[in-house]
Design a protein around this ligand. Structure first.
Ligand code: ATP
Ligand code: MG
Length: 572
């Protein structure tokens, strides 16, 4: 096990959650609900709460969205977003699209994506956001499964949509095409004449608002359905975990094709009326640091894969930029290696706060909070109002340091309400009465911090010992030559399984037999002899999902010569 003693204690001066213990003890979701309009009407609309409410409260002039890429630099106020989303809502209505209809958005990360998203939400449609990088199979699978009736896309992305194989898809709205043609609707042309007044569709809090397909790390992506009620959790975690404050300039780097890009790229900041930065185009370290510098970003939410890439870009790159505006940094999506936390503290002077949650949970379940000590390598502690535990196969809660299912007591505001058209799959998550099973394994320490071990299916059983791939990967990336590592169990006649590591080297390092041996020895010295990979293979790039997660199942299938399964979410 990793050394838990190296906690890092830089405190954020002022933050929204001053006393975690007290908040945890006295918490009630009903108190949070009072922040919303529905307490009087019983009906609600998440887009109204995120945008229009601030305009009603006199903040219409405040910047909501600050968008930039290589060629554009645009600011949209809450007032602008209210008007434009009203117009888009009217376009949908004009074509008979409304409550419960699945409207998919397949756009680059541009203002039009956010406008369409909010407009569709306002008329009560269920939104399916798709990564711009998806290819034909991924797009088709999702449009088919959800029976989407409308799609918002661009002329060039439309070439990846097999229209004649999608009988349910009745309307295609094109951004960047100024003529309505026989089969498509022009976003620009319709927006120019659409009314800026819209009668919002007030919905029940249990009405669906989103279908998010999961990342596909472990298998075929599931269509996870979230309801408007989820915003209660988005709001409160936005306050206590993301620590959003009135004057923040907040940057969540995630694409809305991934749940982080909606829960914390749309709802978290805008429910708090905070300015949100969106950076279009591709990732480069220089670009990212320039974005922080230019926008004076104060809160920055990203993912381990990005932090690892920034780390391999080197400390010199950081030194070229003024990042002093940053107050709070967060990460989610994969285990955050302790080495990355320590590096972040060194170069940014800030801890990176790890968060654990998943598409199905709709928002943060376990977090490192601004005012608590971070134990590098730990995901932190449960959110107030959330009861998380380590349980065995029969639902018994296990004592500290026992590895088991990471489970959450079922029933919280943003819990998924269905897996689209797959009730059996949905029920699998709840097969132990009273619990939601995450599919991850972890243990808890005596301070109540959770430590991720791996996906249930990824845990390696070697010579009678259970080893979580994450701890081995974390030990590997502490070696100066290792940029990233993916670890799998490989069947072995004697040991049950042996540990095999796939390693991408940092720039400037050459693959060699000596280096393999040195790395193996390094893991033995830093972790344990039984955890040292018996096999190491150097590869240029690890297979990853669009949301940046290492696809261990692909490494394993390739290694064993088995079919790789659904690859629709894999990066090229
Ligand atoms: P699929 O369900 O399709 O296989 P996925 O599980 O990767 O894909 P997501 O919902 O995007 O899809 O990711 C949730 C998973 O990501 C969690 O179950 C967990 O395994 C991993 N994860 C998220 N945050 C963390 C974290 N802080 N530490 C470790 N693992 C994390
Ligand atoms: Mg999953």
């Amino acid at each position: 096990m990793l050394d838990h003693s190296k906690s890092v204690g830089i405190q954020t001066k002022e933050n929204n959650l001053e006393n975690y213990e007290a908040a945890y003890k006295d918490f009630s979701w009903v108190d949070v609900e009072k922040a919303f309009t529905w307490s009087e009407t019983g009906k609600v609309n998440a887009a109204y709460e995120a945008i229009d409410r601030h305009v009603m409260e006199g903040k219409g002039h405040k910047t909501a969205l600050w968008y930039s890429d290589e060629s554009r630099d645009e600011k949209y106020t809450f007032g602008d977003l209210k008007t434009k989303s009203n117009q888009f809502g009217n376009i949908l209505r004009k074509y008979g699209i409304g409550k419960g209809d699945r409207v998919f958005i397949f756009l680059p990360r541009t203002p039009e994506l956010y406008i369409s998203f909010l407009g569709a939400l306002k008329v009560g449609s269920i939104i399916g956001p798709l990564f711009e990088a998806f290819m034909t199979v991924a797009v088709k699978d999702r449009l088919e499964d959800s029976e989407a009736v409308a799609l918002v896309t661009t002329p060039s992305l439309l070439s990846r949509v097999p229209l004649d194989e999608l009988p349910h898809l009745k309307h295609v709205i094109l951004v960047g095409d100024d003529a309505n043609t026989a089969n498509t609707i022009s976003f620009e042309k319709e927006m120019a004449s659409a009314s800026t007044d819209l009668e919002i569709e007030w919905v029940d809090r249990e009405d669906p608002m989103l279908i998010h397909y999961t990342s596909g790390s472990t298998g075929k992506p599931k269509g996870v359905v979230h309801v408007h009620n989820a915003m209660i959790l988005h709001y409160q975690t936005g306050k206590w975990v993301v620590d959003l404050q009135e004057d923040d300039v907040y940057w969540c780097t995630a694409d809305p094709g991934w749940v982080t890009g909606t829960s914390y790229g749309i709802f978290g900041p805008w429910l708090h009326g905070v300015t949100s930065v969106v950076r279009g185009g591709r990732f480069t370290p220089t670009d990212w640091y320039q974005t922080i510098e230019k926008c004076k970003v104060t809160v920055w939410y990203s993912a381990p894969t990005a932090f690892r890439m920034l780390m391999s870009a080197g400390d010199e790159e950081v030194a070229k930029h003024d990042l002093s505006s940053v107050r709070h940094i967060l990460s989610v999506g994969e285990p955050l290696n302790p080495e990355v936390v320590r590096w972040g503290l060194k170069v940014y002077g800030k801890r990176i706060h790890d968060n654990w949650w998943m598409t199905e949970t709709g928002g943060t379940m376990i977090a490192n909070y601004p005012q608590m000590d971070v134990k590098p390598g730990s995901m932190g502690r449960p959110f107030p109002g959330i009861y998380a535990a380590i349980i065995d196969d029969n639902g018994n809660e296990l004592p500290p340091y026992s590895m088991g299912h990471l489970a959450i007591r079922a029933g919280w505001p943003s819990m998924m309400r269905q897996v689209w058209k797959n009730e059996a799959k949905y029920q699998e998550y709840f097969r132990i009465a009273g619990w939601y099973l995450s599919g991850d394994t972890a243990y808890q320490d005596e301070d109540g911090y959770f430590w991720f071990q791996g996906r249930i299916d990824d845990v390696i059983n070697t010579a009678g010992k259970r080893v979580g791939p994450f701890e081995v990967e974390s030990a590997l990336v502490e070696h100066p030559a290792v940029a990233e590592a993916g670890v799998i169990g490989k069947p072995d006649a004697v040991r049950g399984e042996i540990i095999k590591a796939f390693i991408a080297l940092r720039q400037g390092y050459e693959a060699s037999a000596e280096l393999k041996e040195e790395i193996r020895q390094f893991v033995k010295d830093h972790m344990a002899a039984h955890a040292a990979p018996r096999e190491i293979e150097f590869i240029d790039k690890l297979p990853k999902t669009r949301s940046g997660k290492i696809m261990r199942r692909v490494l394993k299938a390739r290694e064993l010569g088995l079919p790789t399964g659904d690859l629709s979410t894999m990066e090229e």
